[in-house]
Design a protein around this ligand. Structure first.
Ligand SMILES: *Cc1c(COP(=O)(O)O)cnc(C)c1O
Length: 397
């Protein structure tokens, strides 16, 4: 079959929940992807902030292959070696005490919500606790995760949502304060809002919410699914704010391509969950946790954070220049390798033109061009991207 035929066949049988771009990807190598016609693309999206080390990394692939030959799955009724090691490495990196491995980001959010509710239930025995979430947030598409996602368009046709969720404005401390009451059990937000348009939390907001949580014994849940795992220059974004959340969620780059997520907590909170409270057949199986282990090893051996910090500074400067040079780009926001440009033309037009020119970038919200590249990109890769972007912007302007 040729590309056109594959796309027609896929459109016949896949549930139509995505408007896919008209390319059929076949393989990847480093920061480049190739479609089935052999066309090469510079990838500045990393499978939506997933492939931290780029594609076809031999060390990573070999670790997965050797785990496949040993043991892929056992269920959580027994102990296994990779999950044990992954739990140690992840909790240490996050400064948390315990972790539950999930199969996706949305499931990590589900678990975080259940843990927060159970913790509150244990305190006062009531079951009408409230959660405060943020407008323009994104936490996933399952019913619980959707219920704390501040995007009415995603929720409307699927109501009723889970109850007792209230929405505040991100980076607006007063709007959070006005919703806090004796029933509030948790406040959830992304340290850097991703899908909502690349908005980092301000120091003031992070400190302020933390203080509200401490004063009222409310749990702070930070969703680090997109901004965590080194993307902003520290293993987790909150580590730049000098605060510690009570519950943290992770996924996306956690396994760098295998389906794995996690929610973590400090002992005081984690101990609210007891046998029978939560479970998952696959969750954290030996195959995916072998990947998690390898990911943590490679962060160290490849000095990933150092690359993020040096190259993202360069990326940031180059993006600033685009704001200065083109009227259709009005702002630049971000942290580390999580950057966004606000554009006044339909952002999808830029995404499509970029694909034609061999560059993969994605959007966030309706007017933000999002850059969440593999964490290994070099300054040369940035130059290559900027050159393509400039040629597109020249055309459009
Ligand atoms: C992607 C994402 C999720 C959902 O993760 P899935 O693996 O798609 O379920 C949740 N929160 C944030 C911040 C995300 O970026």
């Amino acid at each position: 079959m040729n590309a056109q035929e594959y796309m027609e066949e896929a459109d016949k049988h896949l549930l139509h929940t995505y408007n896919r771009y008209k390319i059929v990807l076949e393989k990847g190598d480093g920061v480049y992807l190739y479609d089935i016609n052999g066309k090469k693309y510079l990838d500045m999206a990393a499978g939506i902030a997933v492939f931290a080390f780029g594609y076809n990394n031999k060390e990573y692939n070999d670790a997965l292959k050797s785990q496949i030959d040993k043991l892929i799955h056992t269920s959580n009724l027994y102990y296994n070696v990779p999950a044990t090691e992954a739990a140690s490495k992840l909790t240490k990196a996050a400064g948390m005490d315990r972790v539950f491995f999930t199969n996706s980001g949305a499931e990590a959010i589900e678990g975080a919500i259940k843990l927060a509710r159970k913790y509150a239930f244990n305190k006062d025995g009531s079951n009408d606790h409230e959660i405060i979430a943020m407008n323009h947030s994104f936490h996933g598409r399952t019913m619980g995760a959707l219920s704390v996602t501040g995007n009415p368009k995603y929720q409307e046709a699927f109501k009723p949502m889970i109850g007792n969720v209230r929405f505040a404005d991100f980076n607006d401390l007063d709007s959070v304060k006005s919703l806090v009451n004796e029933k509030t059990c948790a406040i959830i937000f992304e340290a850097v809002q991703g899908e909502g348009g690349i908005y980092p939390a301000t120091n003031e907001f992070m400190d302020g919410v933390k203080k509200i949580c401490e004063e009222n014994d409310i749990l702070l849940i930070l969703d680090e699914i997109q901004c965590g795992m080194g993307r902003t220059g520290t293993m987790f974004a909150y580590q730049q704010y000098g605060i510690e959340p009570d519950i943290v969620t992770s996924a996306k780059a956690l396994g760098c391509g295998v389906p794995v997520g996690a929610f973590m907590a400090k002992e005081k909170v984690a101990s609210a969950m007891v046998p029978g409270d939560h479970g998952s057949t696959y969750g954290g199986n030996p195959f995916v946790t072998a990947a998690v282990n390898k990911v943590f090893d490679m962060f160290e051996s490849m000095n990933i954070l150092e690359n993020v910090n040096t190259v993202s500074e360069y990326l940031s400067e180059e993006l600033d220049k685009l704001v200065a040079d083109y009227d259709i780009i009005t702002a630049h926001r971000g942290k580390g390798f999580m950057q966004g440009l606000v554009v006044t033309t339909p952002v999808n037009d830029i995404v499509v033109k970029a694909l034609e020119k061999g560059l993969i970038v994605i959007s966030a919200g309706k007017d933000v061009l999002r850059f969440v590249p593999p964490l290994i990109i070099s300054k040369e890769n940035v130059d290559e991207m900027i050159e393509i972007l400039r040629s597109i912007l020249d055309d459009i302007s």
